[in-house]
Design a protein around this ligand. Structure first.
Ligand code: SAM
Length: 325
């Protein structure tokens, strides 16, 4: 029986955060300080969790963090995941800083595709957002290495935050066309450590479309049911963009995800106010069948939707860097 929650949603996508350490301090995510960490687990523990979940109908595993490429042994881990089931879709979300040297080995190990986060196409702005000098060239080299390695389709995610980088919309449209990547704009969500979010800081889907339309006409591409992004191509056929609009156009009814944090907790929603300690079950000596029962119980309780911007909104119990986006 594949995993379903009580609202009838099939759970097929798993995100595993393999560390909550990060080498960037992006303004929409972290504070400028290091801050406390929840820590991470040996890869063999994540592998067991993934094996049990793949046996329960998970078809896609995405590695994230923190910054997943900071973990030594990540290439080997991808190889072990690939051995769990033929055609398991294994994806990675990374800031791309360390990707140039790792793209080809990751592909050879069985990684299917990669999403690189990049929030400006201008080196100075990029440094101000990430609070890291000279990262831009590394990330660009990482994107190009991923393309050469055949990590395809290659997506570049840009979180837009008002007053910070909304002027990057058209430059990113040009970037998508020149680099042959899909640029996806993400609406800023209240998951940042600095608690600066307010509705007015969100650059919405409608605004992004209007701004990009001033550059070139767009044509909407029909999207798959569980796809979070609305997809558009430029009318002349060169270049694709996507918009992920969890704030202005929530897609909770189609959500197919659960997450495992770097310290082994299951989160059923980005905005969960508690998590479920899968690792504690393993430490207690639970069998695979007992883990399955635990997971089914947890998934049944998955939240119906988030309440961003509503009067009853309660902030998530963790910020994005400690969840794994
Ligand atoms: N370090 C990796 C990276 O930079 O892609 C993986 C972890 S990062 C937390 C995962 C994704 O979450 C990134 O695409 C990032 O831009 C996004 N993200 C972080 N904070 C966010 C926020 N407050 N709202 C929307 N997206 C956010």
């Amino acid at each position: 029986m594949p995993l379903h929650d009580k609202f009838g949603r099939a759970i097929t996508d798993l995100r595993i955060s393999i560390t909550d350490r990060c080498n960037y301090k992006c303004v929409y995510c972290r504070t400028g300080n290091e801050g406390a960490l929840y820590g991470d687990l040996p890869f063999e523990d994540y592998l067991r969790m993934a094996r049990v979940l793949v046996g329960m109908g998970i078809t896609k595993v995405r590695l994230t963090g923190g910054e997943p490429l900071l973990r030594n042994g990540v290439v080997n881990f991808v190889g072990e995941l690939a051995g769990l089931r033929p055609e398991l879709d294994i994806a990675l979300t990374t800031n791309g800083h360390l990707l140039a040297d790792l793209a080809a080995p990751l592909k050879a190990a069985g990684l299917t595709r990669v999403t690189v986060s990049m929030d400006a196409v201008d080196p100075d702005r990029f440094a101000r957002i990430t609070r890291v000098p000279n990262g831009y060239d590394n990330v660009l080299a990482g994107i190009r290495a991923a393309r050469r390695a055949g990590l395809w389709p290659l997506k570049v995610n840009c979180v837009l935050m008002r007053g910070c980088n909304e002027d990057q919309i058209i430059p990113f449209g040009m970037f998508a066309r020149e680099e042959g990547v899909t640029v996806r704009f993400i609406e800023f969500m209240p998951l940042e450590e600095d608690r600066v979010w307010s509705p007015s800081t969100v650059v919405t889907l409608d605004e992004i479309l209007a701004r990009m339309g001033e550059y070139r006409p767009l044509v909407e591409i029909p999207h798959g049911r569980s796809e979070t992004a609305r997809r558009y191509r430029f009318e002349d056929g060169i270049g694709e963009i996507g918009i992920i609009a969890p704030v202005s156009h929530p897609f909770c009814r189609r959500c197919s995800r659960i997450r495992i944090t770097s310290d082994g907790k299951i989160r059923t929603c980005l905005f969960s106010v508690w998590d479920h300690d899968l690792y504690a079950q393993m430490r207690r000596g639970a069998s695979d069948e007992q883990l399955e029962d635990f997971i089914r119980d947890v998934v049944a309780k998955k939240e119906e939707r988030h309440h961003i911007g509503e009067p009853d909104f309660v902030p998530a119990s963790r910020t994005m860097v400690h969840i794994g986006g």
